[in-house]
Design a binder for this molecule. Structure first.
Ligand code: HEC
Length: 138
């Protein structure tokens, strides 16, 4: 009986984690695969990993920016399938940068992400800087 009391919360937790696979899967993948560098709140690390909070959605306003979010090595090379990567990026945008999303934001689809991640970026830093330079002023 004592054992059951110990394990019951664990069993309930597991049940909850599988109840909504769409959302929880993306959140889970972020926490396992991306949080180490991007931080639990998407704040990144000074001079090393860019801040996503209030920023990530701004890429969707410049030409090539939507593609960039998929082609950047952290996304393109993530050990997840296309469906999961699409879900992960949509979750990140909604979580870290909802106010910056374009009015008619179309979530990423598995198909779109699958094509883009096969065209990796060269000179990531330089390319990123040209996109940031084109972003509308706040
Ligand atoms: C080893 C550290 C590291 C990990 C782990 C990592 N990233 Fe990144 N991420 C970066 C860095 C650094 C950049 C800036 C661009 C570059 O140099 O690649 C970046 C940029 C990005 C960007 C573009 C945003 C911007 O402002 O440049 C996205 C989107 C992104 N990462 C998604 C992910 C996802 C999704 C994961 C997890 C599957 C992930 N990253 C894991 C370090 C990391």
């Amino acid at each position: 009986m004592r054992h059951l009391a110990l394990f019951l919360p664990l069993i309930l937790l597991c049940g909850e984690a599988t109840a909504d696979p769409g959302i929880d899967e993306a959140e889970f993948n972020y926490f396992v695969l991306c949080r180490g560098c991007h931080g639990p709140e998407g704040a990144g690390a000074v001079d090393r990993v860019p801040n996503l909070t209030g920023e990530m959605g701004r890429f969707l306003h410049v030409s090539g920016g939507r593609e960039f979010l998929v082609q950047v090595p952290g996304s393109a090379n993530a050990p997840v399938d296309d469906e999961e990567l699409a879900g992960l990026l949509n979750w990140m945008l909604g979580q870290f940068s909802p106010a910056e999303l374009p009015d008619r934001f179309q979530p990423y689809s598995a198909e779109e992400v699958g094509k883009l991640r096969q065209e990796p970026l060269m000179e990531v830093d330089q390319y990123r800087a040209t996109l940031v330079a084109q972003m509308p002023k706040r």
